[in-house]
Structure formats: structure tokens, C-alpha cells
Design a protein around this ligand. Sequence first.
Ligand code: GDG
Length: 486
Amino acid sequence: MTSKVLVVANRLPVEFQESDGGGTWTRSPGGLVTALDSALSRHACTWIGWSGRACDEEGPALEIPQRLHECELLEVPLTAEEVSSHYEGFCNATLWPLYHDAVAPVVYSRSTFHTYEAVNRRFCDIVASEAPRDATVWVHDYQLQLLPQMLRRLRPDVRIGFFLHIPFPPPELFGRLPWRTQILNGLLGADLIGFQTADALENFLASVNALTPATAADGFISVPGNGNENPRTVTVGAFPISIDIDHIGALATTDEIRNLAGQVRSDLGDPRTLLLGVDRLDYTKGIELRLKAIVELFEEGALNPYETVFLQIASPSRQNVEQYQRIREQVEGAIGRAVGDLSRLGTSPIQYMYQTMPSDDLVAFYMAADVMLVTPLRDGMNLVAKEYVASRIGDDGALVLSEFAGAGRELRDAWLINPYDTDGLKRAILRAVRASKTEKARRMSSLRQAVVRHDVQRWSEEFLSILNAADQQEIIDLRERAGLPL
Ligand code: GDG
């Protein structure tokens, strides 16, 4: 029987890794899956999403696993054409750059929006037929913003929550979208809409007030009725996502991961200082500007190439989208130039790995790094920053963090930087490298407290309890108790 919590996300939390003549399904990397997998591992749920393989692709049919932990998995079939137009097109060539401050050109295409509608409809039909009476449906992220309203019309009995993992742009940017009202009305079909930060929430409310007849006050939006629909109240809030701190902390104490951390340093020539970047290869993550700052520090002699290594781990992402092909060429071109300029025979202070690491191994890299560089141009939250903090169980290490990541709002004792300010970034990197043990310990202990206070289990429990609250007073009480920003 289908369980009462249905998670709906563009992708299922598993992906197929091909190998000679076969392959295996593994948990997929990426922020949303990392967060939800650990949050939901203690709940029975059904996860509805696409498998990652087009249903009309040639080759032997793939049996998707029936479960991941406690979650039953249910596939939404999509054709190659739909994936290209919905995911690669409207989601990642329109919404992704627009919602990230238009840091890359935004494509406006009527045909990809029509596919976006059709794919949202496909998800809606499957959810509507699977959800038991009075079920809780938790919809995730920018790929499915029309789904809440579509589902409400078909299934008024279910509770619908929506969480946006990426930023919501300011009204002057969002207002450029030709389909802005459809998107807002789609979202307003939910009972609860959650954002990563108070800024994202404010941006959303400004667009709702400007572009729809709904009105917002004190964490609630009144949506007036029309001929077919009754007036409703939608709850909104900021729910900063987090990580499974216990899991990472436990890994950091195992001999295997500690030894691997030691091995990483020795394989890199036992540098005095190891600087690390870990990102999906995405133009929002600020990899190029980070590299520019590091290269200048080496060239000016502020960082000693005989004692310092900068390692960038980039995991492959959205490789069929043109802008991602371009950013890969740009990053790898810049890395190649830096390696050419700075290397000595047999060794280089710049190291680069383009691959998806096993997630346990990432913890060893975090443990090995003296300074972690998280410098996105814009980011909903950024889990890498929190994972690094969680792995530093000895209160050591240093985090250089962009003020334009959601995490920058919470992790105030990081070395906060503006990634566009190359001199400011260079100064912060040097301060982090040269900080005393006492200063590093003071900052890290405060960062760890911020992350421990609010782990991903708490995040999902707070969201689900507010979604299932009986009335507005209970919502107000729950919000106050959790100290959630309005
Ligand atoms: C979106 C929002 C928001 C990275 N490389 C590998 C790997 N990762 C894992 C990291 C981390 C996750 O992927 C990346 O999370 P981020 O938060 O940094 O970024 P997005 O993928 O852009 O996620 C973001 C997030 O959703 C959650 O709401 O924070 O703002 O953009 O967990 O560890 N994992 C493995 N191998 C890798 O090579 N296994």
C-alpha cells in the first residue's frame, strides 16, 4: 500500500552507473538527495520521480530498485524529448540562471515552457492516482512549481507542501519571466511553501503582492476565491536546510576515513597547507573566480607553491546543457593555464579532479583540508559548507564562505567574502591560512554549534509538522518554538 508521505522530486534518489556489460543503481549525489535521503531514512514514504533514463531510449529496459531505505520508489516515465525540453531546457536554461541572479544568460522559450507544463501534469496525474486519502505530499524544487495547483484541483483532500532548494529571485528579475503568474499561481496551490532563507521568502512575497490578487502578512498569504475555488490561506516560511551531522561526525571518527584523510595529504606531497573546493561543476559555484584569486596569491608569492596545494574536486553535472559544457571548458582551460604556469617537474600546487566521489570519501577530503573554499556567486544554501564544518570534530580547519550562499546567513563565524571582490577574497584566504590555532578553534566551535543546533532531521520534522498542523495558532506556536525566521 502507498504510504502517507509522498515525496515528489524531479529525480528519484538513485542513479544507474553503467559498467562493462551491466551496471548498478547507487544513491545519486547532489544536494537535494543528500538532504532528503538522510531526513527520510526514518520515515516510511513513497518517492516519486524520474529515473534518469528516458523511457524511449534504446537498449535493455532498466529495472529500478523498489526501495531506498524506508522509501518506496515510483518512476515517472519521461521521453528523451521531454527531458531535453523540460529539464535541460526550461529548468536549466531558464529557471536555474534566472533564479540565481541571472549570472548566466537566461533563455526564454515558449516551447520549453509548454513541455514544463506537460511534465508537471504527468507528475500530477501519477501523484493524484497514488496518494491515499488525506495523504501528505511534499513537492520539491524548481522543476515542479506548477504541480501544487494542478494537484489541488484534482485532490483537494491532500496536504501539499512545497520546498524550493534554490534562491527565489528579486521581483525585478522574476518579473522578466513571461510565465511569472502561472508559476506564482502554481506555487500558491500548496498549503505550505518553504524557502531556504528569509531573503528568498521576502522576494517571493514581493512578487506575490505585485503580480497576484493574494495578500501576505505575518507568514500567511490570503488567496481570494474565484468562481471555482474557495478562498484559502497558504503558510510560508524560511526553513534553512541542513545535513546529517551525526552521520558525518561518526564517519570522521572511523579508522578508515581518518586513514584516507592522511593518505590524501601524503598523496598530495604532505603540503603544509591544503586548500580545497568541492562543487558540482556549475557556473553558480564561483569556481573560476576562486581559482583566479588562488593563482594571483601564488604568482605574488603570498602563498608558497612548495608548501601549499589547492585541490578542486568538480563533479560532473548537466552535461547536455550548453552552458555547462562551456563552463567546463572555461574552468578546465583556466586550470590548465594555472598548472602550466605554476608547476614544478613532477608536482603542481594546483590539483583538479573531475569525477563523482563516493560520499564517504568526501568526508576524508574535508578532514584533510586546512581551508575549505565555498565561494558561490549565488546558492540556495550550500551543503558542502555545512558538511565541512560537521567533519571538523577537533574544532580545527577554516571555512571561507560566500555571503551569497544561504549558508552565509547562518555560519557567521566563517571568513565571509564577496566572491566578485578578488582582493577581498585573497585577503580572506590569507587570513584563514595564517589564523592562529586559537582563532580557528573559536570560529570552528561556533560554526559547529550553528550546524548541530539544526540538523536535517530537524529540518524535515519542522517542515512536516507545520504542514500537518491543525490550525494557524498551532503553526504560530510551532514556528516560535523552532525559532524559524518568518
Ligand atoms: C541544491 C541547491 C542546496 C558534491 N560532489 C560530490 C558529491 N557532492 C554532494 C555534496 C553535497 C551536495 O552534493 C551538493 O550540495 P550543494 O548544497 O552544495 O549544492 P546543489 O547540488 O547545487 O544543491 C543548494 C541544496 O540543493 C540542498 O537544498 O543547498 O543551494 O543548489 O551534499 O557532498 N557527492 C558525492 N560525490 C561527489 O563528487 N557522492
